[in-house]
Design a binder for this molecule. Structure first.
Ligand SMILES: NC(=O)c1ccc[n+]([C@@H]2O[C@H](COP(=O)([O-])OP(=O)(O)OC[C@H]3O[C@@H](n4cnc5c(N)ncnc54)[C@H](O)[C@@H]3O)[C@@H](O)[C@H]2O)c1
Length: 272
């Protein structure tokens, strides 16, 4: 949001977490400069528009829009929205980047459910072209329009969807990944070959196991549990995924998932 010209207040829980965020931004800007999609000056301007905060009240007291992106936990999101409602001006739109939680439930923690809306970005956000806008039960047309305008200024396309479990994108990707894990368990092909088939045959940028390791297997498991609750057993995770999570193999972040990142990339044995 800083690149297209917005003044951004970046708020996290500690200086350390904030620095991690700034380091991520630096890495991203450097990639854009290297690819000649951004000049040094544009990058410097974007940097100068971002101010870091570790106190939520200070961060949001004079902003016009909040985009919350704390971990995917309903209790935490509700606590944050309760505070955002108290700390921001009454007309401020409060958006959540949740991937599958109920925007309506998050909005219930505030006295302004009309101004609470889903603004679902995709990873990596500077590159991915979509923002999925989620209309909660009470979300106003005005809130949707604001998010559309901000997203468009950031160069994104938008879709507006209803507030159902997983919206469009997380529900679709969950179904795809579950089915690919079942294909793996049936021994139809190796993880590498399923990834290769999906990448080259279906033209997806990543295969399902590369993507699962990238997103985090614990996150995948959590998402599946929400989907089972809403849509039944067809979203139940295959044992393979549950066992990897139980073993602490959470994907790239733990060094091992469907693949082993501690050596040359190697598939972890997941044969039945
Ligand atoms: N990772 C993805 O690919 C992706 C894609 C789309 C949407 N999302 C959604 O974005 C949200 C964040 O996901 P993530 O993967 O970036 O999580 P993450 O755990 O990597 O990052 C969360 C950040 O929030 C900070 N945080 C925690 N508590 C906070 C608080 N009380 N106040 C301020 N900051 C706090 C953490 O320090 C951390 O920097 C989730 O709702 C997730 O579903 C993630």
């Amino acid at each position: 949001l800083a690149t297209p010209g917005y003044q951004v207040h970046l708020c996290d829980v500690s200086e350390e977490a904030l620095n991690k965020g700034f380091a991520g931004i630096e890495k991203s800007l450097a990639r854009f400069i290297k690819a000649k999609h951004l000049s040094e000056q544009d990058a410097e301007d974007a940097r100068s528009r971002i101010t870091g905060f570790t106190e939520l009240e200070k961060a949001v007291s004079d902003v016009d829009l909040v985009v919350e992106a704390v971990p995917e936990n309903m209790e935490l999101k509700k606590r944050i929205f309760y505070d955002l409602d108290r700390f921001t001006k009454p007309e401020v739109i409060l958006a959540t980047n949740t991937s599958e939680l109920s925007v309506t439930a998050i909005a219930s923690a505030t006295k302004r459910p009309r101004s609470v809306v889903g603004m679902h970005w995709f990873n990596p956000p500077p590159v991915m072209r979509l923002v999925e806008i989620v209309r909660g039960v009470d979300t106003s047309e005005e809130a949707i329009e604001v998010i559309k305008k901000v997203s468009e200024r950031a160069g994104k396309e938008t879709v507006v969807v209803k507030d159902v479990q997983g919206f469009v994108t997380s529900r679709a990707i969950s179904a795809h990944m579950m089915e690919c894990m079942k294909i793996l368990e049936e021994g139809v092909a190796s993880a590498e070959d399923i990834d290769k088939a999906i990448r080259l045959g279906l033209n997806y940028p990543m295969g399902p196991f590369e993507l699962a390791d990238y997103v985090g297997l614990d996150t995948m498991l959590f998402a599946s549990e929400g989907m089972v609750e809403a849509y039944g057993d067809r979203f139940r995770v295959p044992q393979t995924l549950r066992k990897l999570v139980e073993a602490g193999h959470l994907g790239r972040k733990s060094g091992k998932g469907f693949y082993d990142y501690t050596k040359e990339r190697e598939t972890v044995s997941v044969k039945k």
